[in-house]
Design a protein around this ligand. Structure first.
Ligand code: LLP
Length: 451
């Protein structure tokens, strides 16, 4: 339980030991879900509308102050819940996509196809065709992707506006699974292959080179990395213009800005067993810092800028609510076993990522005090944990816990492993609640099979 009136972020705050999202306590959200006829109330994702708006506007305000054309493309892979995407659309964003189904959804939601970017190191022909038919921008990832696009354009007798995804060989200093722009990565075009790809483009009038793209990786916290990358891209942009690629207009810098997942680490870490863990808040650049650095480097060059953040627009706007199934000792460890798991929040298992976990209401256990616990789910895997070595008050059965910063790459990376139902999702707007995804039924899971 946290002290009175503790603000976790603008959207999530504690009042008298109870966690609120905007104006609604998470306890009320559970009751409301039950009243909607939802049998399995937790786990459930809860999102704050105002937090999404604040995140998007922090980019939009910084971009609109620049003297150049800019475009903010939300990376849909971070969270594709259509109700959330509609909020992001209403704030003037376009999208960056990585699959044909993502493109189908974007068209259904009414996004302007000409501002959509289709990205990917392994696009299928039908996906390229869908993008070319609709006049989307395509990031070309390498030689075979260039020849694939040529064959689609010839078949449709239609031009494609393309950007080249450059591999700048810069180390973004993130978990290796989140690093994409370093030498040897499966993504992008390396310097030594660039000329061959350019010759392919020159020889095909249906391929119109309109820009260059680069995405170094995700969870970046060092502003110097954005500067280094922009310097390289700005130089390459000028070289290509000088070489006669007259339609060059865009530099598209993939997202990558991290968020401070660990900002509240000290609240649940035992001071005596801290073992040198970093407890000071990281200094993470703001969207405005990133925009400023990029704009400074591009200077007065006539370049339109596309940014495509995912995580920094949505991660801190969502939490996973989960209920305690029981508490268990297995010497030398203690476990809080909850109904949420790696099927909702896979990032700890996959990247050893830290997500803050905390109890959402005062514990009803008599003489409850703080102890070191691992918070684990019911999935049949030892890698199924939400938090390790957390200093938490012993909770009662049914007590609600929250996993914070679960708005990005949690629901969208969720699965039905162990035949678990994907959970409900709720949007909070002030004191209004909206069910924006119902939980899976057994039929949803079995539907495609011959049972
Ligand atoms: N643009 C491109 C081309 C990308 O590949 C990505 C993410 C983004 C933009 C958005 O990056 P962001 O702003 O969200 O960092 N599952 C991992 C993250 C994978 C990101 C992949 N690419 C995680 O949970 O940390």
């Amino acid at each position: 339980m946290q002290e009175e009136n503790y603000y976790f972020s603008k959207a999530f705050k504690y009042q008298n030991g109870f966690l609120f999202c905007e104006n609604v306590s998470v306890g009320e959200i559970k009751v409301w879900l039950k009243n909607q006829g939802i049998a399995r109330v937790t786990p459930a994702f809860v999102y704050s509308k105002s937090q999404i708006e604040e995140n998007v506007l922090s980019y939009q305000n910084a971009l609109s102050a620049l003297k150049r054309n800019t475009q903010l493309n939300y990376a849909l892979k971070a969270n594709f819940n259509p109700s959330l995407v509609r909020i992001i659309k209403s704030l003037g964003c376009s999208l960056t996509l990585v699959s044909g189904f993502e493109l189908e959804l974007s068209l259904k939601l009414g996004f302007q196809p000409e501002n959509i970017v289709l990205n990917g190191n392994g696009k299928e022909l039908w996906e390229i065709e869908l993008a070319v038919r609709n006049g989307c921008l395509l990031n070309i990832d390498g030689m075979f992707n260039a020849t694939q696009t040529t064959s689609v354009c010839r078949k449709l007798q239609k031009k494609a506006r393309i950007l080249l995804r450059i591999n700048p060989n810069i180390d973004p200093m993130v978990h290796k699974y989140n690093s994409t722009g370093i030498g040897g990565s499966k993504f992008g075009i390396q310097k030594e292959d660039l000329n061959d790809v350019l010759r392919e483009i020159e020889s095909e009038p249906l391929l119109q080179l309109v820009g260059i793209h680069c995405h170094l990786g995700s969870t970046i916290t060092d502003i110097g990395i954005f500067r280094e990358c922009t310097e390289m891209m700005s130089q390459l942009f000028s070289n290509l213009k000088n070489e006669g690629f007259e339609h060059m207009k865009y530099i598209n810098l993939g997202g990558g800005l991290g968020i401070d997942y660990t900002k509240h680490i000290a609240m649940t870490t035992d001071p005596e067993t801290i073992n040198g863990m970093e407890t000071k808040p990281l200094v993470i650049p703001t969207p405005a810092d990133v925009v400023k650095v990029i704009d400074e480097v591009l200077g007065d060059k006539d370049i339109s800028l596309i940014l495509e953040p995912g995580r920094s627009l949505i991660a801190n706007a969502g939490i996973l609510l989960t209920s305690v199934l029981g508490v268990k000792k297995s010497e030398p460890k203690r476990y809080i076993v909850v109904d949420g798991s790696m099927t909702e929040v896979i990032r700890p298992a996959l990247y050893s990522a830290y997500h803050h976990v905390d109890i959402c209401e005062p514990s009803q256990v008599e003489d409850a005090h703080k102890m070191l616990y691992d918070v684990v789910g019911p999935v049949c895997e030892s890698g199924d944990f939400l938090g390790k070595d957390r200093y938490l008050t012993t909770p009662h059965e049914g007590c609600t816990l929250a996993v914070f910063d679960a708005g990005a790459y949690c629901s969208s990376m969720g699965s039905n492993y162990n035949m678990r139902a994907r959970p409900a999702e709720v949007l909070v707007n002030g004191n209004k609640l909206e069910l924006i995804r119902r939980p899976d039924s057994l039929d949803d899971i079995l539907g495609p099979y011959n049972v």
